[in-house]
Design a protein around this ligand. Structure first.
Ligand code: BES
Ligand code: ZN
Length: 460
């Protein structure tokens, strides 16, 4: 079979509209739609309305639909020839908080291109990738006046805070959202020049642990030694979560872990991955985790428990002799099929109860969670994506797992009962959630061509 190519009409349109596509993306990135911060609620709403207007401008019917949280933007185009399939494209228009601001080379909401990279909060996660979809759809409608399939575009504003209201939204609009496949670009490629299709995502169970001791901070000389120190009690609890081999020591934690399909594990071993390179990229000399597993196995196929943050006692300049009254830690588990966040919550709470020292009160609160996901990778949409990525990147994609989480993927699969294709255009080191987030301009360009080609390939 000849290597697939990007259709000439779409290529020509994309090339001649390059500047406008970038200018509009810059406008989108300038809106500080930080979903976690109430002071940014007007900006988050402004981003939703901005997107709604852009969808209307390319010929979609579009509306901003309120939820108990941030609204959903729903765009629809349903004029494909009779019998054509319907696809649902999902993305998110909210972004993570930009702090710490002083670590950005240029401000988070002033998009800037340096060394072929577009820097801005949301450039890769996920406004840039959502924009790829909008402009790919425009390429079709502008050149041909039509699309080969019906398209629903759903953009949410709460992904970065746990998609709390999205499952209910999908259930409540299941008929309207009925489709043949869901397509999501909110992830990364394996390496520069190597496009990928995701075979799995990890799930999440997030907790806050609070340890409370004396009724106020105490002089550590006058009371220390006789009163249980909440910071030490918390440190003790945290230290019981893993055994010496890096396994999680919570009873029953691994009970539901399914073996990973042999074909996926075999494929993983063939990927060009180097521990030396990985250590250099993250700036460490030695790697940790479960003994006897490769790095990719640890990242993609195994569950984890990590401390995300800790707070206790005096942390200012110099020394202060104090016995803190309380201590807090944020702890989260990444989950793999078939672990259930609710069951993990029960097991973790039982474990903490067992190991908590006397003399302090310990509470565990579950913050949010999401189920792990595994793709079956069979079907038209996956084959079409493989050809479209080949056309745009000059080589066939690899299949890869992913350590991050997109909780709504399982909801789409369960409620709409359709396959979900995850194809992303970020890169390792892109600084998602961190200062100096970027997307490679060339990946944006090629991603746009891949997605524009996808709709032709899917309906061939
Ligand atoms: N885009 C990411 C998820 C992701 C990251 C997918 C890297 C593939 C590669 C998404 O916006 C995200 O950050 N999700 C959160 C989950 C959540 C419940 C806050 C995550 O993984 O921490
Ligand atoms: Zn994110």
């Amino acid at each position: 079979m000849p290597a697939p190519t990007v259709p000439t009409d779409l290529e020509r349109w994309l090339a001649s509209n390059d500047q406008r596509i970038h200018d509009e993306l810059f406008e989108f990135l300038r809106i500080p739609s930080v979903s976690a911060r109430t002071e940014h609620n007007p900006d988050t709403l402004a981003a939703a309305h901005w997107l709604e207007r852009k969808l209307a401008a390319i010929g979609f019917t579009a509306e901003t639909i309120p939820t108990p949280g941030h609204p959903v933007v729903l765009g629809e185009w349903r004029r494909a020839p009779a019998g054509a399939p319907t696809v649902l494209v999902y993305g998110h228009y909210d972004v993570q908080p930009p702090e710490p601001l002083e670590l950005w080379t240029t401000p988070a909401f002033e998009p800037t291109i340096r060394d072929g990279k577009l820097f801005a909060r949301g450039s890769v996660d996920d406004k840039g990738q959502l924009w790829i979809h909008v402009k790919a759809l425009e390429a079709h409608l502008a050149t041909r006046g039509t699309l080969p399939c019906n398209v629903i575009l759903l953009a949410e504003g709460e992904e970065e805070v746990g998609s709390e209201h999205l499952a209910a939204f999908i259930k409540g609009h299941a008929e309207r959202l009925a489709c043949d496949a869901v397509v999501i670009s909110d992830s990364s490629m394996f390496a520069p020049g190597i496009p990928s299709i995701l075979s799995s995502l990890r799930g999440l169970a997030y907790f806050e642990i609070n340890v409370v001791g004396p009724s106020s901070d105490l002089h550590s000389g006058m009371y220390g030694g006789a009163v249980v120190n909440p910071a030490m009690a918390l440190a003790h609890i945290l230290s019981t979560f893993h055994d010496k081999k890096g396994r999680i020591a919570i009873k029953g934690f691994y009970d539901k872990v399914l073996p990973f399909p042999k074909a996926v594990l075999a494929g993983m071993k063939k990927l060009p991955f180097s521990d030396t390179r990985f250590k250099k990229d993250v700036g460490v000399k030695t790697l940790g985790g479960e003994a006897g597993k490769t790095t990719l196995e640890k990242l993609w196929t195994r569950p984890t428990l990590e401390v995300n943050g800790m707070l206790s006692g005096y942390t200012g300049e110099g020394a202060k002799t104090v016995l803190p009254a309380k201590a807090m830690a944020k702890v989260s588990c990444r989950l793999v099929p078939d672990q259930d966040p609710k069951v993990i919550e029960r097991l973790l709470k039982a474990h903490v109860k067992k190991v908590a020292p006397a003399g302090v009160t310990v509470t565990v609160e579950a913050l949010h969670g999401g189920h792990p996901w595994r793709a079956d990778l069979a079907g038209k949409i996956f084959d079409a994506a493989s050809r479209a990525l080949h056309a745009a990147f000059g080589r066939a994609p690899i299949i890869q797992g992913e350590g991050g989480s997109i909780p709504v993927v399982v909801d789409f699969q369960k409620i709409l009962k359709v396959p979900v294709l995850l194809v992303g255009f970020g890169l390792p080191g892109e600084n998602a959630h961190a200062p100096d987030e970027w997307i490679l301009v060339d990946n944006f360009r090629r991603g746009l061509r891949a997605i524009a080609t996808l709709w032709d390939e899917y309906t061939k």
